[in-house]
Ligand binder design. Structure first.
Ligand code: NAD
Ligand code: IPM
Ligand code: MN
Length: 355
């Protein structure tokens, strides 16, 4: 196992710097415990980069990302730029494309200590364990655009190859879980949906031990809140995955709980970021929930750095802190970002069974 890594930190906007600092503190403690050295470089992205560098992500930052072992990102987006010609979000999209990060893993697990924090009934949420796999570099996000005062269009294009490679990620993940993939599309209306379904069926032939079913995206949105337990691995395209993962965040109870990993071909650095945005409504107040970013750091140790031991320690710190009642206001708690982070740091390395 390697024991020294170069990490690029891109805190971004709003609560991004608050949650990235929190994750960095936990990463440092956990890494040190296992004799792992982390070298950090920090750069701007999003609105912060537009302000300082004139564009949402600079070529130097893209290169720094490519040369790193992994990227930890906070969030981008700020109301100041909602009408401007340059959008903070464009920086994140460019980074994903630059690193070829086509598979976005968004695990959604009901945490026993939090079932009462969910707006959904306990019996619906209990035991939920879904892995959303969202295609991340294709579809309407990246198709040709036309933007005028009278007409606008976003071309949604998928190729067989784009669907195949992300489908393989889903089937491989399912082999290590309960062996079920649900592919979500809009094949009853969209040509991309019909191609998606056909290619996913073809790939399924390579994985005889995995069961596949197809659900239309509108029905999937309904099943997610009526019977989320029916899903194990949920595979879907870029735009549907964006929408369904925010909906799924209500299963654990807050946007502040969902981590993500965006992965490309083996050997390319992954991007690790919370699913939530820059939350301008609470930025600067010290109350942002850092769990999603801390859990994204755990995914980084597992998926990009090959250190499941450090990942396990970080995840353990999170579960014990939650069980001990450390919660930010979005989870109905009273603690701030710092108190929660200190609790996770304390328990990340305290050994099993400490409560
Ligand atoms: P948001 O996720 O920022 O916030 C939605 C709601 O959830 C807000 O009430 C916010 O306070 C709350 N919330 C989100 N994260 C939280 C956390 N960690 N702790 C506590 N509460 C949290 O979504 P939005 O308000 O629609 O978007 C704000 C900006 O963020 C926009 O500019 C958007 O484009 C951007 N955005 C960025 C990303 C990203 O960088 N990956 C993701 C989503 C949205
Ligand atoms: C996400 C965000 C991004 C997306 C935005 C900020 C570009 O909402 O990561 O879920 O739509 O992919
Ligand atoms: Mn989103």
């Amino acid at each position: 196992m390697r024991d020294s890594f170069d990490i690029l930190l891109l805190p971004g906007d709003g609560i991004g710097p608050e949650v990235v600092n929190a994750a960095r503190a936990v990463m440092d403690v956990a890494a040190e415990h296992f004799g792992v050295t982390l070298r950090y470089e920090e750069r701007k992205i999003g609105g912060a980069a537009i302000r300082e560098e004139g564009e949402p992500v600079s070529d130097e930052t893209l290169e720094a990302a490519k040369n790193s072992d992994a990227v930890l990102l906070g969030a981008v987006g700020h109301p100041d730029f909602d009408r401007g010609p340059a959008r903070p979000e464009a920086g994140l999209l460019k980074l994903r494309k630059h690193l070829g990060a086509f598979a976005n893993l968004r695990p959604v697990a009901a945490i026993p200590a939090l079932v009462s924090a969910s707006p959904l009934k306990e019996e619906i949420v209990k035991g939920v364990d879904i892995l959303i796999i969202r295609e991340l570099t294709g579809g309407a996000y990246f198709g040709e655009k036309e933007e005028g005062e009278e007409r606008a269009s976003d071309l949604s294009l998928y190729t067989r190859e784009e669907v195949e490679r992300v489908a393989r990620v889903a089937f491989e993940a399912a082999e290590g879980r309960s062996g079920r993939v649900t592919s979500v599309d809009k094949a009853n209306v969209m040509a991309t949906g019909r191609l998606w379904r056909k290619v996913v069926e073809d790939v399924a032939g390579e994985y005889p031990n995995v069961a596949l079913d197809h659900v239309l995206v509108d029905a999937a949105a309904m099943h997610l809140v009526r019977n989320p337990g029916r899903f194990d691995v949920m595979l879907t395209e870029n735009l549907f995955g964006d929408i369904l993962s925010d909906e799924a965040a209500m299963l654990p109870g807050s946007m502040g709980m969902l981590p993500s990993a965006s992965l490309g071909l083996p050997g390319t650095p992954g991007i690790f970021e919370p699913v939530h945005g820059s939350a301008p409504d609470i930025a600067g107040q010290g109350v942002a929930n850092p769990y999603a970013t801390i859990l994204s750091a755990a995914m980084m140790f597992r998926h990009s750095l090959g250190r499941p031991d450090v990942a396990g320690a970080v995840a353990r710190g999170v579960s014990v802190a939650l069980e001990a009642g450390f919660r930010t206001p979005d989870l109905g708690g009273k603690q701030g970002t710092e108190q929660v982070t200190e609790a996770v740091c304390r328990w990340a390395t305290a050994g099993e069974g400490v409560t």
